[in-house]
Design a protein around this ligand. Sequence first.
Ligand SMILES: [Zn+2]
Length: 418
Amino acid sequence: MDGTQILTLGLGLQAPWKLKDQHLDTTSSPHRLELYVEADRGSLYACPECGKACPAHDFADKSWRHLNFFQHHCYLHARVPRTRCPEHGVKRVEVPWARPDSGFTLLFEQAAMSLVREMPVLAVSRQLEVTDKRLWRIVHHYVGRMLGDLDLSQVANVGVDETASRRGQRYVTVFLDMQRQQEPVIFAVQGRGKETIKAFSAFLEAHGGAPGNVVEVVCDMSPAFLNGTAEHLPDARVTVDWFHIVQTFTKALDEVRKRERREKAHPKALRWAVLKSMNNHNLTEKQMVALRELVADQGATANAWIIKEKLRWIRRAPTARRARWRITNYLNVMREAVAGHTLLKPMAKALNTLERHADQVVRRWYSGLTNARLEGMNGLFQAARSRARGYRNESNFIAMIYLIGSPVGRMLDEAKST
Ligand SMILES: [Zn+2]
């Protein structure tokens, strides 16, 4: 068996395609193995529309990057005909080793996709010595194709969460099938709020699902989500996720901590006020407030922390009825604790939020869906962010979310093995 035969076998070429020539170019860096594929003169080719064997109309020279040949880059070159079908006219034939309009062979793309699932795209780009821009094009193609095959006919319980794609600037909203144990992501879209629910509803319909089948939506308390759900998933009851309640209180606690630190960062003003008050009681209104804060300060941050921690008491309620009762009592007690403390105003706001959404919070005791999955999304977002690092825009970030968190990755594996 000579070198050409070995390479022909390695490429898996089938009639009418044959390897006609090969050449290792050692003048380029890195070295390139050039493979020239041809069909015999007068060969017939399948019409891409109907498969009928047709004569060639004309040819175009095309090249594809193939898997490396040892350490050398490898390129496949072929004269690709257009067929002249009596029924379908002149059409470019599809070659079996690459998809239309790609500069890579299928095997190269498969290798790239396998690597991209394991490491950041930038690292893959360095390893394969191909620009990350071209890699992203491959990623988008395969993710898009797999998404086209996504079957959402069984989706009835949906979780919604949003995340910043760049620090606090652009947002991506992600939808989960709450009944899927693995790969829960079923839709991801740029933006946040009402429009994303509309887009999800349309996506669901395009994939065999029905917005009317969705009986439950688990989300945070943003009015945009709540309004969007009422409008576009009209049969769904909303459960406010426990994770988002805790998040609301954690943010409020952070706000208290910042305020308290700011207050204490002006010891000079305070000392001046105290000195002045010792000399005479001729204080300005502002100084009076500052002094009162100083005196009343029992550690606002500590109090806010306790308020947040006591949420657990609600969470541990064994039944929805008990939960309702505990929320009422919790609100009464905590409201008294924050009353009159300006530093604790953020906590007062969080308490109002809880009261406003008490019904939707209590629903979690009925729904039986845990929120572990929404909480787990943060880890997924982190991973997707780091994979898309360096060339990050929203659509790359979304492609990574699909690749890591949705059935797309598994569908790619299955497609590969058939
Ligand atoms: Zn045809």
